[in-house]
Design a protein around this ligand. Structure first.
Ligand code: DOR
Ligand code: ZN
Length: 346
């Protein structure tokens, strides 16, 4: 018996595509299912200026599979030297759809991020004025704060003060991982949204740590306790338009994941939608899937919902996903949810 669901084509509101051979390898995996994606700027060196975002967009378009109409939505990386006028011009031309804030040192390639928020005040004020969203990696980086508390502390110490000081600033809390994050969104207005990843909806820290350390489940912000996962699933399946999919699909070479100092990131682009269909079905919320993956994100960003559709189908036999994909001289290991998935994009 098969069940199928046809919905507006989804977008990914938080994606890492990298550059060079890795870009060429992973781009088709996203372009196959998604119409658009917000492209993270944490290259080495980061994409800081409008000119750099334009050049990166050209490299993405050059790596596009034949016949694909995938649209990369570019971002600039906020640094303490960011020029507000340059960002405003990149927004006015339609090139960039958001600016990304990484607290300095928070995650992969975040060394150029912001340490002193007073130094980005003029940029944030300009963004509020022109309606350009700020995408936030919401973790403090202070050594004395436990890694499992870094999101909650960030909300109190950094995010809430920034939002109070910058009325009208539209903010996306990227990849929220805690009940604190979901509750903060719910307690605020529609200037505040949040993306949620696949892995944070289906896994908790036990899945990563009990019985041995599973490096392919290590990402940042790190997986939390089970009750946080439950709060995220409740938010994602609630139909509340402030929550939408951002996979944070973050490819690293397999050897860099399976190493003494594991790189953070889960590569979910190939199977994100299949896993989500199963997860929403299990939660009795299949009717809320289209909102979460195809409608709430465009509404937040002020973009049209995609006119074309995809069909998700459930069958009696488990879907086989590739274990790895080739990326130049390396491989990238595809996320394994740890349970059989019976859905697929057909
Ligand atoms: O797990 C993560 N990987 N979290 C991030 O914030 C960055 C990302 C990456 O670029 O690999
Ligand atoms: Zn990310």
């Amino acid at each position: 018996m098969s069940t199928s669901l046809t919905i507006a084509r989804p977008d990914d509101w938080h994606l890492h595509l990298r550059d060079g051979a890795m870009l060429s390898a992973v781009l088709p995996e996203t372009a196959r299912h998604f119409a658009r994606a917000i492209i993270m700027p944490n290259l080495v060196p980061p994409v800081v200026t409008g000119a750099q975002a334009a050049a990166y967009r050209e490299r993405i378009l050059a790596a596009m599979p034949d016949g694909s109409s995938f649209e990369p939505l570019m971002t600039c990386y906020l640094t303490e030297d960011t020029d507000a006028a340059d960002i405003a011009a990149a927004h006015a031309s339609g090139l960039i759809k958001a600016v990304k804030l990484y607290p300095a040192g928070a995650t992969t390639n975040s060394a150029s991020g912001v340490a002193n928020f007073d130094n980005v005040r003029d940029v944030l004020e300009k963004m509020a004025e022109i309606g350009l969203p700020l995408c936030v990696h919401g973790e403090v980086t202070d050594a004395e704060i436990d890694i499992f508390d870094r999101e909650a502390v960030f909300i109190d110490r950094v995010l809430d003060p920034i939002r109070r000081a910058t009325p009208g600033l539209r903010v996306v809390m990227e990849h929220i991982t805690t009940k604190d994050g979901a509750d903060y969104v719910l307690a605020n207005d529609h200037d505040l949204g949040a993306t949620i990843t696949v892995q944070h909806l289906i896994l908790d820290r036990n899945d990563m740590l009990v019985g041995g350390m599973r490096p392919h489940y290590y990402c940042l912000p790190i997986l939390k306790r089970g009750h946080h996962r439950e709060a995220l699933l409740a938010a994602a399946t609630s139909g509340d338009t402030r929550f939408f999919l951002g996979t944070d699909s973050a490819p690293h070479p397999t050897h860099a994941k399976e190493s003494e100092c594991c790189s953070a990131g889960c590569f979910t682009a190939p199977n994100a939608l299949a896993i989500l269909a199963q997860t929403f079905e299990k939660a009795g919320a299949l009717d809320k899937l289209e909102g979460f993956i195809s409608r709430h994100g465009p509404a937040f960003y002020g973009l049209p919902v995609n006119a074309d559709t995809i069909t998700l189908t459930k069958s009696d036999t488990a879907t086989i996903f590739p274990a790895k994909i080739d990326a130049g001289e390396h491989t990238v290991t595809v996320f394994d949810p740890g349970f059989p998935v019976y859905w697929d994009v057909t």
